[in-house]
Design a protein around this ligand. Structure first.
Ligand code: EPU
Length: 432
């Protein structure tokens, strides 16, 4: 036997014993995709910032590591985060950090605003199709920055405060946030065909708290007039509509019942409408949703689009749910037409799925447990939902992705009665 074969490591898997309806109550955590740009925005001011209730997720840790590299000092106090960036120590966001998470790319605009230049490695992120950054570059150029690319790093520099009119070719969440950060400190912009997602609006509210004038949030034309100096302040991030939607779909797939608290039902209109039309019972208050599943739901068509359309981040998870609903459903994703890495894995659990010309046809049936692998955050969410509803046990690899998007997933599911736990499986490492 060669020496290398003795090398044994561990791979963490989520072990799920399916078939138990989820039942109970859950308080929704704050939104990862609102927290990340707000953290980047903290670079804009030397004053202290307090963020109440920040999600304790791997993506947040990566962003904090990047901010610390750029000059931010931070401290956790429970789930509250205190941040301060007295000065920018580096204007370079290195590959080791930006490569792990696409959202870190938007520190570029903040660095450019605060330090006059920013150098950011090409972003990484979830592996579902091509995700360009041309609109980020277009925005910074339209605002008067000099932008160039060299050896896998994007560089930008300005000689005066950034200002101008940015006409996006398509609504982009990250691109809109990038432009907002670039002008909030001393600049000025009109953003045309801006993204209207609640996370973009939340960033706008945070920038307003710091002293920028922001108009038109939630509409396709946003105007920002930056302040010459931004203040500090205390801010509470919006609830995570994708986490909330994932648990609702898990309750639907297991034919259970769930009360969500601390949620924004208006951010979930597209999903709630589908669930209601599928035959489930829903009661909605200002900040709560009560869900009770029907035992014989109807299939539906999902077309993921920009907000307020059905969110692409819930498309894989809705697909998993539909795979349990007898009858034929169809799924199309207009934001990421190739976001289907979950399809092959769901098929291992017995799902009947046919992908042709970027239209997924789902023939629903009872699923069975299997060994599967998450290849991105929301594909992971889809596999968890499928495994919870399935007959028998599943092992989900790719826990890393789940931890990027779902805080305390195992504990939260256990509290809702699911039979799940994290397990460490020994794996043979490559031979020497
Ligand atoms: N696009 C371009 N050029 C650009 C930027 C985007 O063509 O320069 C295209 C994309 O390829 C896509 C569309 O525009 O077809 C929308 O992409 P967007 O820029 O809006 O996405 P993002 O900002 O990179 C955020 C979320 C994603 C979510 C998308 C869409 C964060 C940190 N990420 O990404 O969330 O899927 O918006 O809503 O906010 C997740 O949480 O798992 C996740 C991937």
């Amino acid at each position: 036997m060669c020496e290398g074969a003795k090398n044994v490591g561990v791979s963490r898997v989520l072990y799920v014993e399916g078939g138990t309806p989820l039942k109970g109550e859950l308080r929704v955590y704050p939104a990862k995709n609102a927290a990340l740009p707000i953290l980047a925005a903290s670079l804009l001011t030397p004053e202290p910032i307090t963020l109440v209730e920040v999600p304790r997720l791997r993506d947040v840790e990566v962003m904090l590591e990047l901010l610390a590299h750029l000059g931010t000092q931070y401290a956790w106090e429970g789930r509250t985060l205190h941040l301060q960036t007295p000065e920018i120590k580096s204007t370079h966001a290195p590959y080791e950090l930006v490569g792990q998470m696409r959202a870190s790319f938007i520190v570029w605009g903040a660095l450019l605003a605060r330090a006059g230049e920013g150098h950011v490695s090409m972003p990484g992120g979830c592996a579902f199709g091509f995700r360009p950054v041309d609109q980020h570059i277009k925005a910074l150029e339209a605002l008067g920055a000099e932008v160039w690319e060299e050896d896998g790093t994007f560089h930008a520099r300005r000689t005066r405060p950034l200002s101008g009119r940015v006409v996006f070719d398509l609504p982009t969440v990250g691109g809109t946030e990038q432009a907002m950060l670039a002008v909030a400190l001393g600049g000025e912009a009109t953003l045309v065909q801006a993204a209207v997602e609640p996370e973009v609006v939340d960033l706008g509210h945070f920038l307003a708290l710091l002293g920028a004038e922001v108009e038109g949030l939630g509409s396709p034309i946003v105007r920002i007039k930056g302040a010459p100096q931004l203040k500090g302040g205390t801010y509470r991030i919006i609830p995570d509509r994708i986490e909330a939607g994932t648990y609702l779909l898990a309750a639907a797939a297991t034919r259970g019942s769930l009360t969500l608290e601390g949620v924004r039902p208006d951010h979930l209109d597209a999903l709630l409408d589908k669930l209601w039309r599928s035959g489930h019972r829903l009661e909605v208050g200002e900040d709560w949703i009560r869900f009770r599943a029907t035992p014989d739901p109807a299939p539906f068509h999902v077309e993921a689009r920009e907000y307020p359309g059905f969110p692409t981040d819930l498309q894989p998870i809705a697909t998993a749910y539909l795979a349990t609903v007898p009858g034929q459903s169809t799924v199309v994703d207009r934001i990421y037409p190739d976001r289907f890495t979950h399809v092959g894995e769901l098929a291992r659990m017995g799902a009947e799925l046919y992908l042709r010309d970027r239209i997924l046809t789902v023939q629903g049936r009872r699923l069975h447990g299997a060994q599967v692998k998450a290849l991105d955050i929301r594909a992971g969410g889809a596999l968890v939902v499928a495994a919870l509803s399935a007959e028998g046990a599943s092992e989900i690899e790719g826990v890393y992705f789940l931890e990027r998007g779902y805080e305390h997933l195992t504990e939260r599911l256990q509290a809702l009665g699911a039979r799940v736990h994290l397990r460490e499986n020994p794996v043979a490492l490559a031979a020497d």
